[in-house]
Design a protein around this ligand. Structure first.
Ligand code: GDP
Length: 365
């Protein structure tokens, strides 16, 4: 399933956010594909369309798409050299699709800061430097190997060498791999290297409750936004402590609280929505009397690939897909009526699945 790793310095609010995001989330036991460790939690992806489909089909079961969050603690200065939880930490990052970089933007004398003062941009640089240093090791090893191959006359290696050297220079200058201007060949290289600083990042500015509810960006928030903007990244402002409190409320009280402050959604909703946008993910649905369910696919996925997310047979034995757009189905009021109105299309293996498609797969076993 899709995943994001929560990183940041100690005491910035990572665990608080992790608990708020996953605390009242989906029952882990229902998702056997998720290995559950103490630092791994899952959250149901909120999607009002799923609720509307459930109201239409009245299925025995409604299953949201899920998102995995990994609380990656233990990053301190020196992690790339193996200090703190060092390597274990880096291993966890390699496995996630995206990084939520939590930055402390709350002043609270009762919560110690590892560097004794609140300075979000310095903090971001410390974390980023560790990731870049780890990547430099990876690139350095590859560079040595490629140089040897080039020396013994390997033409492909000679070509790759130049790109590797440019990449190394980029990292040496303290810049993350995700801002490396890669040509086609270098992109292939990057795909093989699995660099940590290449993962897409969402910055999370963790502010105190009062400034969150007030809504005016503090100087800390503005500093984080400027830093993020320089690399075209997004910032989500939230208060982890407040989110944790909201999580603990029954749903009606939570809605009432949000409404009282003019807020439309919890931070969980915003985090997941931003992650979907950042990573270019799309949602499609399957719907019947037994189950109504949401599934996640990458943008541009064709019908057989979408089927494969459900079961490998759907992809291998794909014949065709019966597709109706969510809006059309809702307007028609039922699948049968949508068929009568000619809103249900038969699509073949080249069909690019659209966000919100409701699909029935036809396949051979
Ligand atoms: P981690 O080490 O990054 O996982 O940080 P924790 O989530 O354990 O939080 C460290 C401390 O900061 C705890 O005492 C939290 O209660 C506190 N904390 C977390 N978020 C907030 C916040 O939004 N406001 C305030 N005032 N304290 C917070």
């Amino acid at each position: 399933s899709r995943s994001a790793g929560i990183v940041g310095l100690p005491n910035v609010g990572k665990s608080t956010l992790f608990n708020a995001l996953t605390g009242a989330g989906a029952e882990a036991a229902n998702y056997p594909f998720c290995t559950i460790e103490p630092n791994v939690g899952i959250a149901a992806v909120p999607d009002p369309r799923l609720d509307a489909l459930a109201a239409l089909f009245r299925p025995e079961k409604t299953t949201p798409a899920v998102f995995r969050f990994v609380d990656i603690a233990g990053l301190v200065e020196g992690a790339s050299r193996g200090e703190g939880l060092g390597n274990q930490f880096l291993h966890h990052i390699r496995e996630v699709d995206a990084i939520l970089h939590v930055v402390r933007a709350f002043d609270d004398p009762n919560v110690t800061h590892v560097f004794g003062s609140v300075d979000p941009v310095r903090d971001i640089d410390v974390i980023e430097t560790e990731l870049i240093l780890a990547d430099l090791e990876t690139v350095g090893r590859r560079l040595e190997r490629t140089a040897r191959q080039a020396k013994s006359g390997d033409e492909a290696a000679k070509k790759a060498l130049e790109g590797l050297e440019r990449l190394k220079a980029h990292l040496d200058a303290g810049r993350p791999a995700r801002t490396f201007p890669a040509g086609e060949e270098e992109q292939a290289l990057l795909r093989e290297l699995f660099l940590l600083s290449q993962k897409p990042v969402l910055y999370i500015a963790n502010v105190d409750e009062a400034s969150y509810l007030d809504g005016t960006p503090t100087s800390h928030v503005r500093a984080i936004e400027a830093r993020a903007e320089a690399e075209g990244a997004e910032v989500i402002v939230l208060s982890a402590a407040l989110e944790a409190e909201l999580r603990a409320l029954p749903p009606e009280e939570r809605s009432a609280y949000l409404a009282a402050y003019g807020l439309e959604e919890t931070a969980l909703d915003r985090v997941i929505r931003s992650a979907y946008r950042l990573l270019g993910w799309r949602t499609f649905f399957t719907a019947g009397e037994k189950e109504v369910r949401a599934w996640t696919i990458p943008a541009g996925a064709r019908a057989p690939e979408a089927g494969g997310v459900i079961h490998s047979d759907f992809e291998r034995g794909f014949i065709r897909a019966e597709v109706v757009a969510y809006d059309d189905l809702l307007r028609a009021g039922s699948l049968a009526r949508a068929r009568e109105l000619g809103l249900v299309r038969l699509e073949g293996k080249d069909y690019v699945v659209q966000d919100g498609d409701v699909i029935t797969f036809r396949f051979n076993v």
